[in-house]
Design a protein around this ligand. Sequence first.
Ligand code: X2X
Length: 359
Amino acid sequence: MTHFIRKALLSLVCVLFMATQAQAGFYKKEYKLSVVPGLGSGWGMSAVYFADLVKEKTQGRINIKVYAGAQLMAGKQTSELLLLRNGSIDFALASTINWSPQVKELNLTALPFFVANNPDRYKAMDAIESGKAGKMMIEAIEKTKVKFIGWAENGFRELTVSKGPINTPDDMKGMKLRVCGTPIFADIFTALGANPQAINWSEAVTGFQQGIVDGQENPTNGINIPLKVWTWHKYLIDWHYMIDPLLLTANQNVWKNFSKEDQEIILECAALAEKYSKALSRLGFDDGSSLAYLQSIGKVPEITDPYKVLEDNGMSVIRFDEQKIKLFYDATESVRIKWTSQIGEDLVSAAQADMNSVK
Ligand code: X2X
């Protein structure tokens, strides 16, 4: 009898154990989070911030390690989505730019002079993400069977060049510019008369060192400053021609294996990471709210005045006024038309409506 009870109890314990596991799944010792640039970039810092928060708030149950420098995809940044889908990568803090070859909707914010063509470019970006257009983008991402967890930000992309200044599209004639291997970039820079060169980020710096290209475009706080871009380029064209939102995402099976409670915690951490990431990206370019936020969480970075740092390091910053923007806007009209039909008229109109609602 005792033997029978003991056996029954043992079975019961086994069943209960299996039930909890079925609900929550087995957790891996380490989850790999992919990031294309280095750990010193705003992007890398945001990824580490997120991973640290998750570890702390799950009391170590979920241990995410950030793999920077595109190392999980051997440098080939446009294969990140595929690797996340097939489970080689567990999490990604990914750029729309690197996924847009596969998810056409993600070209939306790469439409030239589209988001920044608003009185407050940051408000316009936030309105898209929290509006109808953002919802449509998330649906497009989740159709590829990855879990969308939250937004973050690489930033508005500014041009840096070794030869300058650039004031009109004519000044860009024949310039060799490094771009990522995503088709809309080739179209934009070809329309402006330049000579775009598709080079993975992992090889781009060598290209700058060797002078293979005359310039490149990337966000100032997130990439250009940490990279010390002034080492090779003397001009920064502050034109905000497009913005690069980041997508915090997870492999679908990895996500499903987490308990409901842990999923909630991850989403909370993602919301905090979004605030941190946006503040890093916008610091020195907005009305001061990014600085105030970073102060409130005790994470003010060393550099708070990006224009001063660029100039102190010998760069000429060419700020584009409305008149100059108009020249570049007109020169890229054909790109907006072509890519609006690729992205989908409905999505582009939804984004326009979202942005208009905060004008
Ligand atoms: O390749 C780039 O320029 C970078 C680092 O910004 C992205 O991955 C989109």
